[in-house]
Design a protein around this ligand. Structure first.
Ligand SMILES: NC(=O)c1ccc[n+]([C@@H]2O[C@H](COP(=O)([O-])OP(=O)(O)OC[C@H]3O[C@@H](n4cnc5c(N)ncnc54)[C@H](OP(=O)(O)O)[C@@H]3O)[C@@H](O)[C@H]2O)c1
Length: 176
């Protein structure tokens, strides 16, 4: 799939706890991240042509996401279905996602999670870069960044590490 993607750039954006969690459960709002991370996220989304999320994440952030071009992964349909003007439901099992993005002239793609969607893109080796904010908090349990059972190692290179605030939120930028 990677060889077909040519001009598309997939940027994964995630915030994790010290113990590597993105949420306590599948329904938790991402309301625990720092203001500085939220500012970064909004700037990055503003610079993207489309946001891709899983249906669980969409349900937790329906209102802010509905203002943006959005692709929502779901198994509830076969193929794709336009939900409203800027929101498309897609089951990637029945759709060539690269062709779909190219057809819509989307080039800068923000992959916004959650765990299941990050893992799908990683497994397909499509993630060109990863922006990872480590927030100085521990949940002790919850959803990991990626699911267990991925079949490949994927190598990344750290190109920047930036402390975002005094409490120590750190933004890491990796490229593939
Ligand atoms: N900290 C962060 O940066 C961050 C970022 C994003 C999300 N989150 C949090 O993560 C949690 C949600 O994560 P999650 O892993 O439970 O769910 P998710 O990846 O957001 O959504 C999972 C759902 O998306 C659909 N889906 C996922 N992969 C699919 C595939 N390959 N093919 C077809 N459909 C697919 C399915 O929807 P159907 O059930 O409709 O079939 C599945 O139930 C929320 O609490 C959210 O707030 C945190």
């Amino acid at each position: 799939m990677r060889s077909k993607k040519r001009s598309l750039r997939f940027s994964m954006i995630a915030a994790i706890t010290i113990d590597g969690r993105i949420a306590k459960d599948s329904h938790q709002l991402t309301d625990w991240t720092s203001v500085e991370d939220k500012n970064f996220l909004h700037k990055k989304l503003d610079a993207s042509d489309v946001v891709i999320v899983g249906n669980n994440t969409f349900k937790t952030a329906r209102e802010p996401l509905s203002k943006r071009n959005c692709i929502v992964f779901t198994r509830a349909i076969a193929g794709s279905r336009q939900k409203n003007e800027n929101c498309l439901y897609v089951n990637p099992a029945g759709v060539d996602i690269i062709k779909l993005l190219q057809g819509k002239n989307y080039r800068r793609i923000a992959v916004l999670g959650g765990t299941q969607v990050y893992s799908w893109f990683l497994e397909k080796n499509l993630l060109d870069e990863i922006y990872l904010t480590v927030e100085p908090i521990v949940f002790g349990s919850g959803l990991p960044l990626f699911t267990a059972g991925l079949t490949r190692d994927t190598q990344y290179k750290l190109i920047s590490a930036k402390k975002l605030n005094n409490k120590g939120s750190v933004l890491l930028h990796y490229v593939n």
